[in-house]
Design a protein. Structure first.
Length: 315
């Protein structure tokens, strides 16, 4: 706006210019306010990302009033938009990690609140309008906890699958009735499950693992007793085979050796039983061969006795 020099009194010219100056001051003040608000938001988000949100928000940022152009303001707002998008992405990551930690905690009976609050208190109970922490440190810790819990879940599942397989083998060996097996079907059902399929609450809790370990230990005691019974039964069968073909066997000594082996826990009873089955099979073959010889001897003795009788008769 231009003013004609010398037109009107100075007072008139000042009164004419004053509204224009007031308008310029108002626009400048508004522009500074926009700069301040934009820069404050930029500083706030940068502080949240850096992890020191409170320390950098104590005072408003200084605005360089030498450059209040629309271009400069546009650049700041563009930068702010980028940071806001980054914040949204980080919040999504934080929420995703928290959701995963909750899911894993439920399956393994972990204290979810204690686990997450140990990473950052704002993740559980944001105070005074403070949003969830989105700092690099928080994201790194969340990622670490998720990875750790996933590894623990895999480890527990593998342990229960191993225990479940052992449980089924023991059930089959001991002819465990269906009603007894049904008590542990929540474990046997995990044998064919992938780690991502296991979602039921508490299914991988330490209490479940301890319960199955105790059951396996209990059944192993019964197995040892039954295997001892089966081994001694095989020994009886072996002795009967040898007696049938007139082979002397030191039964008491053989039984004592077997009992000592069983009670020492230094022998695999399944392998011992398999070995005795092999011995029985060999003994049966040997008995058949020996029986043929004994039959021939009996026939020869019988023939000799008949021949002697005839000789005595003729005399």
């Amino acid at each position: 706006m231009q003013f004609e020099k010398g037109k009107g009194t100075l007072k008139q010219q000042i009164s004419y210019i004053r509204p224009v100056l007031e308008e310029l001051r108002s626009k400048t003040k508004q522009r500074v306010k926009e700069f301040t608000e934009t820069q404050s938001q930029i500083v706030k988000i940068c502080a949240e990302i850096a992890g020191n949100g409170q320390s950098m928000m104590s005072s408003d940022p200084q605005v360089d009033e030498r450059d209040l152009t629309v271009k400069k303001l546009g650049e700041l707002k563009s930068h702010l938009q980028e940071l806001q998008n980054e914040k949204i992405i980080r919040l999504q990551k934080v929420d995703s990690h928290i959701s995963m930690i909750h899911e894993l905690s439920v399956v393994m009976s972990f204290d979810f609140l204690k686990t997450v609050s140990g990473i950052h208190s704002s993740l559980i109970d944001p105070a005074n309008g403070q949003s969830k922490s989105i700092s690099n440190d928080t994201l790194a810790k969340l990622t670490g906890v998720v990875n750790s819990l996933q590894q623990e879940k895999q480890k527990r599942l593998q342990k229960l699958q191993c225990l479940g397989s052992t449980l089924i083998e023991l059930w089959d060996l001991l002819d465990t009735p269906p009603d007894e097996r049904k008590r542990f079907e929540h474990v046997s059902s995990l044998i064919s499950s992938s780690v991502d399929e296991v979602l039921r609450q508490g299914s991988l809790g330490l209490d479940i693992i301890e319960q199955i370990e105790l059951q396996v230990q209990s059944l192993n005691v019964l197995k040892a007793s039954k295997m001892k019974e089966l081994v001694l039964k095989r020994q009886n069968e072996l002795e009967e085979i040898y007696r049938g073909v007139h082979i002397d066997v030191n039964s008491d000594a053989a039984r004592q050796i077997l009992i000592n082996l069983i009670e020492s826990d230094n022998v695999d009873l399944s392998n011992l039983l398999s070995s005795m089955d092999d011995q029985i099979a060999k003994a049966k073959q040997e008995a058949l061969s020996r029986k043929d010889i004994l039959d021939k001897v009996d026939k020869w003795k019988h023939a000799s006795e008949e021949e002697k009788w005839l000789d005595d008769y003729e005399k």
